[in-house]
Design a protein around this ligand. Structure first.
Ligand code: KIV
Length: 272
């Protein structure tokens, strides 16, 4: 029997693993607020990520670095309230887990307690191994994130494809193994060569979710504003836009302005 919207009441880490085992792809999107999360959940999305990309698309920052733990919890609690089926993961933001494993655990527990989320995501491999293990030992599901890790953008210098060279590719495979051995339930691979992502997805037993990592992985994630065509300026090769909400909203608002200015709105029926 295939796992689909109609057969799963609530998505769990166990079901995500079963999906990988039987070759059913996992569909994941970001969400940052109640209203949008309701639509995505009702449409049947498997996983919602309250990404620290909220820093970019919700707060207008250039990078993900400025967003705080309190702000992530605020976004996440709206998303969690909206969801009946999807598994909700929250990014632990920059500066809330890199210090030491106690800080990491404290941040993860705050997210779980205050937002009601189902798991957390962290960026990095071996260097955050102790923190990942500590969070997992508290019973909190952890998703890893390797490849282009936006919290390290000032170390990389650019948002170009990662792990093209052998040394970086080998480190990425080792890091994926470390995260799997720690007990991560899934790993995001961002912006790496397709052939490398395929190797990781075959070598690692837990679900591998790609963004700009090609088709040979266990699932895909996109930033919701990008795939709905709300953001206009961000057009990486890996992005497929499924709607042009920017023009839909622009048309609606233009019509509204015109109706207000010409006293077309409200009419008799819309008045008391
Ligand atoms: O913050 C985010 O949106 C992410 C995805 C790009 C995976 O981490």
């Amino acid at each position: 029997m295939s796992v689909s919207k109609s057969t799963i009441k609530k998505v769990t880490t166990h079901q995500l693993q079963e999906m990988k085992n039987r070759g059913e792809k996992i569909a994941m999107l970001t969400a940052y607020d109640y209203s949008m999360a309701r639509i995505l959940d009702a449409a049947g999305i498997d996983v919602l990520l309250v990404g620290d990309s909220a820093s970019n698309v919700m707060a207008g920052n250039e990078t993900t670095l400025p967003i705080t733990l309190d702000q992530m919890i605020y976004h996440a609690s709206g998303v969690v309230k909206a969801v009946g089926r999807a598994f909700v993961i929250v990014d632990i933001p920059f500066g809330s887990y890199q210090g030491n494993s106690s800080e990491a655990l404290r941040s993860a527990i705050r997210i779980m307690k205050e937002s009601g989320a189902h798991g957390v995501k962290v960026e990095g491999g071996k260097e955050i191994q102790e923190s990942v293990s500590r969070i997992l030992s508290a019973g909190v599901p952890v998703m890893g994130h390797l490849g282009l890790t936006p919290q390290s953008i000032f170390k990389f210098g650019t948002y170009t494809v990662r792990a093209k060279e052998d040394a970086e590719a080998s480190k990425l495979v080792e890091d994926a193994k470390v995260l799997e051995d720690c007990g991560c339930f899934a790993i995001v691979l961002e912006k790496i060569p397709s052939h490398l992502a395929k190797i990781v997805a075959e070598k690692i037993s837990v679900p591998i979710i790609g963004i700009g990592a090609g088709p040979h992985v266990d699932g895909q994630v996109l930033v919701m504003q990008d795939m709905l065509g709300i953001t206009q300026e961000f057009k990486p090769r890996f992005l497929r836009t499924y709607a042009n909400l920017n023009s839909v909203v622009t048309d609606a608002v233009t019509n509204y302005i015109s109706d207000v200015k010409t006293s077309e709105f409200p009419n008799e029926k819309e008045s008391y």
